[in-house]
Design a protein around this ligand. Structure first.
Ligand code: FAD
Length: 468
């Protein structure tokens, strides 16, 4: 029987972001089952978007890591960083060594606008920019031309708000954060005067949460600019806000935007301009971004009752030197795992992986953004992990979790990794990296100074081994 002291349930979790950690926690706390969890991440560092997504000026949000550290401290938990599943080890090799695999590898690729000029130099996805300022090793060498006066940010979600704020922070504020050193220099010296944030639909439908909107009006070095004319809401938006379909968040956003629209500029160095009912239709320039053409939209109700942005045919051309597109993410497939290309997610039903036709693939599960798509805050993944883990234990109970030929040998994965990826990073290795980063930050009054290259991270991970 799987899940006993003699034959513990052995689970591999692919990805060490919030979804992966909540899953590990739920599995290891499940009463009456002996379980062991091995977590893999393609990067030497754990925590996914908590390290590489959450904005550096929001350090409190990152304190959720304390919860994950408690999970990692359990003797039944192991971390194998710097191991990419699908590249360094295959999903099939994991299936031989674990009774169950939970895919928690997030949605790392940006969706495209599909408009002419999108690939011109100077047009980037917000992900590239976010990863760059957060010291993601894959993006350390990216360069962004911040000498232009106007940057256009496309999108009305919290990532767009993060990006707008980061472009508006003065050096003193950046220097108190764990922003990558290369980004602090570039951002502090940047010539940007205006950050123009464009939303496809109206202020009532913007996806920002309230604190993120409020913060845009509290910047030390940037005025906020909302056109009062745009706060004169169309009838459909008004009716929708009064209906039960609207969220309190939407209503409060409208109140905050309205207050912004009544402000007089204070003459700060920069300004964040919010414009609604605008969709980009072309990015233009001679060899690089020089301007963007946007369509003016109006809202119409579609057959399902949803308010959609519809192009009115009116056009506006706006000069700019940089475009950052923040319109959503999708996942990428791992060889051999059923994948829904259209949605960019693993085929699954409440976390149980199926073959795309509804037939369950025994022993495979999904959680977090690769399961349900890129929405929700960190805490959303806790509930989501609960659902997936409940499915896993229900399957265990009904005998649907398959035996695996090498699952009785806890050392089998280490034997494989010593061949394939001898420089993999354990949790102890991560703690050495963490200590070195924090130490490096101390003399500068910073929470940490992040290493931004894989070889530096791997080197730092070896400190404990050398000391021991
Ligand atoms: P992720 O956090 O993306 O973790 C996936 C992990 O899988 C990564 O560590 C990745 O390296 C690893 N991985 C990928 N491929 C492989 C592979 N083949 N093999 C092994 N490992 C792999 N939420 C908040 O509550 N507050 C915020 O302030 C906030 N800010 C955000 C800012 C940005 C820019 C973004 C994009 C999101 C933000 N969120 C925020 C949302 C939050 O980060 C997500 O809800 C959460 O991170 C999703 O968790 P996840 O575990 O599914 O994915």
């Amino acid at each position: 029987m799987i899940g006993t002291e003699e034959n513990p349930l052995r689970v591999a979790i692919v990805g060490s972001g919030p979804a992966g950690f909540y899953t590990a926690d739920h599995i290891l706390k499940h009463e009456g089952t002996h379980a062991e969890v091995d977590m893999f991440d393609r990067l030497p560092t754990p925590y996914g978007l908590v390290r590489f997504g959450v904005a550096p000026d929001h350090p409190k949000i990152k304190s959720v890591i304390r919860v994950y550290e408690k999970t990692a401290a359990r003797p039944e938990f192991r971390f194998f960083g710097n191991v990419e599943v699908g590249m360094d080890v295959t999903a099939e090799e994991l299936r031989d060594r674990y009774h169950a695999i939970v895919f928690a590898y997030g949605t790392s690729v940006d969706r495209h606008l599909g408009i002419p000029g999108e690939d011109l130099p100077g047009s980037h996805s917000a992900t590239e920019f976010v990863n760059w300022y957060n010291a993601h090793p894959d993006f350390a060498d990216r360069e962004f031309d911040l000498s232009c006066e106007r940057v256009v940010v496309i999108g009305n979600g919290n990532v767009a708000a993060d990006v707008a704020r980061m472009l508006a922070l003065p050096r003193e504020e950046l220097e108190g954060t764990d922003t990558a050193d290369h980004a602090i220099e570039a951002l502090a010296a940047c010539g940007v005067k205006e950050i123009l944030v464009l939303g496809r639909r109206g202020p009532a439908q913007a996806a920002f949460t309230n604190p993120e909107v409020r913060e845009l009006g509290e910047m030390v070095d940037a005025d906020i600019d909302v056109d009062p004319g745009e706060m004169d809401l169309d009838e459909l938006s008004r009716a929708w806000l009064d209906s039960d379909d609207a969220d309190p968040t939407n209503r409060r956003n409208v109140d905050i935007f309205t207050e912004f629209s009544q402000r007089e500029p204070e003459g700060k160095n920069k300004r964040i301009v919010m414009r609604f009912l605008r969709s980009p239709v072309e990015i233009q320039g001679d060899g690089r971004v020089e301007r963007i053409v946007v369509a003016k939209n109006e809202l119409q109700r579609d057959d399902s009752g949803r308010l959609r942005a519809v192009d009115t045919g009116e056009r506006e051309t706006i000069d700019c030197g940089l475009v950052l597109r923040s319109i959503g993410y999708k996942g990428i497939p791992i060889d051999g795992i059923p994948f829904d290309e259209r949605r960019g997610l693993i085929h699954n039903d409440g976390g149980r992986v199926h073959d795309g036709e509804g037939e369950q693939v025994p022993g495979l599960y999904a959680v977090g953004w690769i399961k349900r798509g890129p929405s929700g805050v960190i805490g959303t993944n806790k509930k989501d992990a609960h659902e997936t883990v409940a499915k896993l234990f229900a399957d265990l109970e009904s005998g649907k979790v398959p035996e695996a030929p090498l699952a009785d040998d806890r050392g089998a994965i280490e034997a494989l990794l010593s061949e394939r990826k001898p420089d993999h990073v354990t949790f102890e290795g991560w703690q050495a990296i963490d200590a070195a980063e924090v130490e490096a930050g101390k003399p500068h009054g910073r929470p940490r100074i992040k290493f931004c290259r894989v070889h530096e991270l791997v080197e730092a991970s070896k400190a404990t081994k050398t000391a021991a």
